[in-house]
Design a protein around this ligand. Structure first.
Ligand SMILES: Cc1cc2nc3c(=O)[nH]c(=O)nc-3n(C[C@H](O)[C@H](O)[C@H](O)COP(=O)(O)OP(=O)(O)OC[C@H]3O[C@@H](n4cnc5c(N)ncnc54)[C@H](O)[C@@H]3O)c2cc1C
Ligand code: SF4
Length: 559
């Protein structure tokens, strides 16, 4: 894949300017959808109305799960300005739009009245239908949407209801919270006990809460990973893809229409594939990486969970009923019940890292917009620009180039490549955490503020210090070599010439003062202290050389 087009290069992201060129697309560009919707012939009169945001596409929970379909109506909004606020991957735009339109048709089929609008803001759209009010809405998961809707809530037009799409409560989070730090393990143990999940007479099934230590096997080719499923492209999805190509064609990433699980049946197939083909091997290879499979045994359900096309309640229920090895079953439950829920509480509790431990953090200003561009928190004071390599310019580091290319091809990559390749390398290079977060937010199909910000700011870059994780996740070439096959055909030798190892030492050396306060860094810092002056000078020179070359978009060559 070649580099991404210039208009989406980092300076555009750094400015964070909402672009105004996106224009409203006309209803004529969605004729198949409009025809199918009006063919359902549902009357609009005498209904209780709900606004359903793009990421609450469910009737498994909330008012739609209880009300008589013939007594309720829903308002669905497509917002081109939101789509153009960031250089979102085309595949993400397509998944959101086709899921929303299919949800509209499914609800009309049940007899729910559907008002579908296209407008430059969600608030403007809802004001157009104010005569339906007051309109109910489950509390939006994204802070960005909550901020946009706040004036309508204050005016009484919108009535906010609890979001039933979560498994845990604020009380759960607070019950497990420490004085100064929040730890996923404590939260997870608390909710396992409270909900009685994988518990055996008050004790954790299998004698321990986490089988993480058993789940760190590298993958050497067996068992073979399953092929990623494909789905039939119907007229609605085709229309969405045509719209993306014509109106949003300058967004980055490859659009792959047959990898969009759009209908209810597609979502069922996606989950059936994940359950039967991925979960049996999920645990042991959770941390493995390979150039032969971008996915290995990961489930790819995050985009569907985050849109609520797939219910998290159902997923956990199903997994508990499956006959799976305990390490895989527990490993998966920990991701969904533990990490996923935990990060959204952290996001809420910090107002998206705008207030951390009682201290207000600076935010990125966005000219011409009421919304800020997110927290600029950085525990390590990292402020360098994200190298063009993240936009597809080759760096010569095979691990980075392979993962980046896969992300722009698929709109996703699994947890360890996100953490130990993309975040690790950016952190070693002192890239500004905000820039990396914005990149992840744009590049990944499953990225929304409540999930991408904690994962990148708190976990990936240690920007929030030890608030949510015990240490920065940084490593040299030895880790990548142990857990992947990327090094086999790299121009660098992981044991001798790979720059990541000196970059790791240089990172520890540069941030000695800050990292000395972090308990779990004591051992690595003790090793760093033993490096000779000559080694340190050489590490620092590697940092200067590599960051200079990558910031210019130059490919690194082997010595
Ligand atoms: C730097 C970084 C950025 C990330 N950005 C996102 C993001 O924008 N959106 C997102 O949904 N996840 C994000 N994650 C978490 C995790 O990487 C993805 O949820 C996972 O890779 C999605 O692929 P999958 O569905 O195949 O997951 P699997 O490996 O099959 O895991 C199952 C499910 O567990 C949940 N999960 C696991 N870990 C986390 C976590 N840390 N946070 C939230 N959910 C988790 C997801 O819902 C996932 O679908 C990020 C992680 C890191 C380290
Ligand atoms: S040798 Fe270094 S740069 Fe190359 S793949 Fe391995 S860790 Fe990455």
């Amino acid at each position: 894949m070649g580099p991404i087009r210039a208009r989406w290069q980092p300076e555009v992201l750094a400015a964070g300017l909402p672009r105004d060129g996106a224009g409203l697309y006309t209803l004529a560009r969605m004729s198949a959808f409009r025809e199918q919707l009006s063919a359902r012939g549902v009357t609009q009169a005498d209904r209780r109305w709900y606004f359903v945001p793009y990421d609450q596409l469910t009737d498994a929970v909330g008012p739609l799960s209880r009300a008589n379909p013939r007594e309720v109506g829903i308002v669905l909004v497509e917002c081109p300005a939101k789509a153009s606020r960031r250089p979102y991957h085309k595949q993400k735009l397509a998944l959101v739009l086709t899921s929303l339109r299919h949800f509209a048709l499914e609800q009309a089929e049940r007899g729910v009245a559907v008002t579908h609008l296209v407008d430059q803001s969600y608030a403007a759209a809802l004001l157009r239908v104010r005569e339906l009010g007051p309109i109910g809405v489950m509390r939006p998961a994204e802070r960005e949407l909550r901020a946009e809707l706040a004036p309508l809530v204050a005016s009484g037009l919108l009535e906010v209801l609890p979001n039933e799409g979560w498994l845990t409560t604020t009380d759960d989070f607070e019950a497990a919270a420490g004085d100064k730090v929040w730890r996923m393990d404590a939260f997870y143990r608390h909710v396992r006990r409270r909900l009685g999940i994988l518990m055996d007479e008050g004790k954790p099934a299998g004698g321990k809460f986490s089988f993480d230590a058993d789940n760190r096997k590298p993958w050497r080719g067996a068992p073979p990973p399953p092929a990623v499923p494909t789905f039939t492209v119907d007229a609605i999805t085709q229309e969405v893809c045509d719209l993306i190509k014509s109106s949003m064609g300058d967004h980055p990433g490859t659009l792959v229409p047959d990898q969009l699980p759009a209908t209810r049946e597609d979502v069922e197939r996606a989950w059936a594939w994940a359950s039967s083909s991925c979960l049996p091997h999920f645990g042991p290879f959770e941390d493995a990486m390979s150039s032969r499979s971008t996915n290995l045994f990961h489930t790819r359900i995050a985009p569907l969970l985050n849109l609520q096309r797939l219910s998290v309640h159902r997923v956990v229920r199903d997994v508990l009923a499956m006959n799976l090895p305990l390490a895989s079953q527990e490993g998966f439950v920990r991701q969904v019940l533990g990490w996923r829920e935990f990060v959204r509480h952290v996001h809420e509790a910090t107002d998206g890292f705008r207030v951390v431990r009682g201290e207000a953090q600076p935010c990125k200003e966005v000219e011409g917009s009421d919304l800020d561009g997110g927290s600029l928190i950085s525990f390590l004071g990292a402020s360098r620009a994200l190298p063009p390599a993240y936009w597809g310019t080759r760096s010569g580091l095979r691990c980075l180039d392979e993962v980046v290319s896969g992300v722009w091809q698929e709109g996703t990559s699994h947890h360890i490549t996100r953490l130990m390749v993309l975040s690790n390398i950016a952190t070693l290079l002192d890239v500004a955490p905000r820039e990396l977060t914005d990149w992840f937010w744009a590049a990944y199909v499953d990225a929304y503020d409540w999930v991408v910000e904690p994962n990148v700011l708190a976990m990936g870059t240690f920007a929030a210090g030890d608030l949510m994780t015990t240490k920065p996740y940084v490593a040299g070439a030895a880790y990548i070599n142990r857990m992947s096959d990327f090094c086999h055909n790299c121009r660098f030798d992981p044991k001798t010439t790979c720059p990541l190892t000196p970059l790791y030492w240089a990172f520890l050396g540069r941030h000695r003062a800050s990292l000395a306060t972090v308990d779990r860094m004591k051992l690595p810092m003790a090793s760093e202290a033993k490096r000779t002056a000559a080694q340190r000078a050489s590490d620092a020179a590697t940092f200067d050389r590599v960051s200079e070359a990558l910031s210019r978009g130059n490919e690194l060559s082997a010595p």
